[in-house]
Design a protein. Structure first.
Length: 486
């Protein structure tokens, strides 16, 4: 990781005793801190939760998580936790609890000679966001001698109305320039490199439009079911949990026009234009599915309705496929197909750009006309990289064509990549909002899907281990296309 300038600050984690903080956030904070100056300390971490714990007890819990996850090297991780982690109980989260939190923050800042810069990270269930933000604001914790920043995990709202209401609460205390709505997909190297890939390579940007592209598909396939998240998932579903945020962000980055520069708001302005160019989604453009019992990789998977925490007559979707039309000069007439689902045959996230076939056929009857068109596959997980499929002539007499592929893998070129949270946390500390979702962007995204949320199409069953309901295949075939073979 190249050296970056980060001002000294206090990093406050709400929900610090939760799974997200223990397994993802705190390890990433430790990794980021290892790249920063330690004398004087760049940051101190204050965890907050409802349980009454001492600093030592909190550190012991964090270290126990890391031992269970086999963090290596363990000794430096333990030393970092002992030196940098503190804890403050929020009790019932009343006004007095937030005033005590403020006093503890001031104490830590004074002891470590921190300048009053503060980051508040909400690693909480979404329903807890409003109360916590109000608690911070009413106690005046967002006002200090330095800057303050608020980081909010997804989901940001559950529909347009709730997202708008949450934005209003946030803006009561925090200017938009200090708000970071985090989507960990945007921290992946391949996603960040998507604009560089397009704009720094004239070969690709020159063909990135309706003149050369036939259709685009974006897939986020999950092999696991709901696991231990049945209670949450049954209230959310695939549309809220994955489509409105992750897939929509990939849509905007794929479809956006060139920004004037790479300043955060210039990039986000272009992303918003894509959202506002999407035509209203019609019922026939949507397929909702729910997995039934089946087998994946030799293991038996129960039906969604038999999972813990799920209602026995649940109509929550675990699969969504969409056909979107972007009504812009660049993309007019090019369909975008989005799909995501649980209990699919493999875990894979990719964007596939299908280029048009040659407009004139001059090879004669010896070669069939239905040869494969060029295809660019951008893989976000598990093997981040790019693949370009193209046609060549086979050696020998006559003219026979076959498809071959050029590929690039980040792991082959650079070795292990940093975790997405590592990148995003560093950007928060630097004050770079490029990879974070702006207020109007999140509301425009919810606005796109509001018709589906209000009038959801019927649920279609699919077997666990399949690629979703047969209606998802028909959605693509009805306009002359096929999903890529993953």
């Amino acid at each position: 990781m190249p050296s970056v300038h980060v001002e000294r600050h206090l990093f406050v984690v709400f929900g610090a005793t939760g799974d997200l903080a223990g397994r993802m956030l705190l390890p990433s904070l430790r990794e980021v801190a290892s790249q920063l100056p330690r004398r004087p300390p760049t940051l101190r971490v204050l965890g907050c939760g409802r349980r009454p714990l001492t600093d030592r007890e909190f550190q012991d819990e964090v270290i126990a998580w890391w031992k269970k996850d086999r963090v290596t090297p363990l000794a430096p991780a333990i030393a970092w936790a002992r030196a940098n982690l503190a804890y403050q109980s929020l009790g019932d989260e009343g006004p007095d609890d937030f005033r005590k939190l403020g006093a503890r923050m001031a104490e830590i800042e004074k002891e470590n000679r921190l300048p009053g810069n503060r980051i508040f990270y909400l690693a909480l269930p979404s329903q807890a966001f409003p109360k916590t933000i109000r608690g911070i604001g009413e106690a005046g914790l967002h006002r200090s001698a330095g800057w303050t920043r608020l980081v909010v995990e997804k989901p940001f709202g559950t529909n347009l109305a709730s997202a708008h209401e949450l934005n209003e609460i946030v803006h009561t205390y925090f200017d938009e320039r200090r708000v970071y709505r985090i989507d960990h997909y945007l921290g992946k190297e391949t996603v960040q490199n998507l604009l560089v890939f397009r704009l720094a390579n004239m070969f690709f940007e020159s063909v990135w439009s309706r003149e050369c592209i036939d259709f685009v598909e974006i897939t986020v396939a999950e092999q696991l079911g709901v696991e231990q998240r049945g209670d949450y998932y049954d209230r959310a579903g695939a549309l809220r949990d994955m489509v409105q945020n992750h897939l929509t962000q990939l849509l905007t980055l794929t479809g956006m026009d060139e920004p004037a520069n790479l300043e955060a708001d210039e990039v986000r302005n272009e992303k918003v234009k894509v959202l506002r160019s999407v035509e209203p989604i019609r019922p026939e453009d949507v397929v909702r599915g729910q997995y039934r019992a089946g087998r994946i990789g030799g293991r038996r998977v129960p039906a969604y309705r038999d999972e813990a925490g799920v209602a026995r007559r649940s109509e929550t979707e675990t699969f969504v496929a969409l056909r979107l039309r972007v009504n812009s000069w660049r993309w007019q007439g090019v369909p975008f197909f989005l799909r995501t689902g649980k209990c699919l045959p493999k875990k894979r996230t990719e964007i596939v750009i299908h280029f048009r076939s040659p407009p004139v056929w001059f090879f004669g009857e010896a070669i069939p006309r239905n040869i494969a068109a060029n295809r660019l596959t951008i893989v976000l997980q598990p093997d981040e990289g790019f693949e370009l499929a193209f046609e060549i002539k086979n050696p020998g007499l006559g003219v026979e064509l076959s498809t071959h592929r050029l590929h690039f893998l980040y792991s082959e070129a650079f070795g292990p990549l940093p975790e997405a949270y590592h990148t995003l946390l560093t950007d928060v500390m630097r004050g770079d909002q490029t990879l974070f979702v702006r207020a109007d962007e999140v509301e425009d995204s919810w606005r796109m899907y509001e018709p589906i949320l209000r009038h959801p199409p019927r649920i279609r069953p699919y077997a666990a281990g399949s690629w979703g309901p047969k209606e998802a295949e028909e959605l693509v075939r009805s306009v002359g296309y096929e999903w890529s073979s993953l």
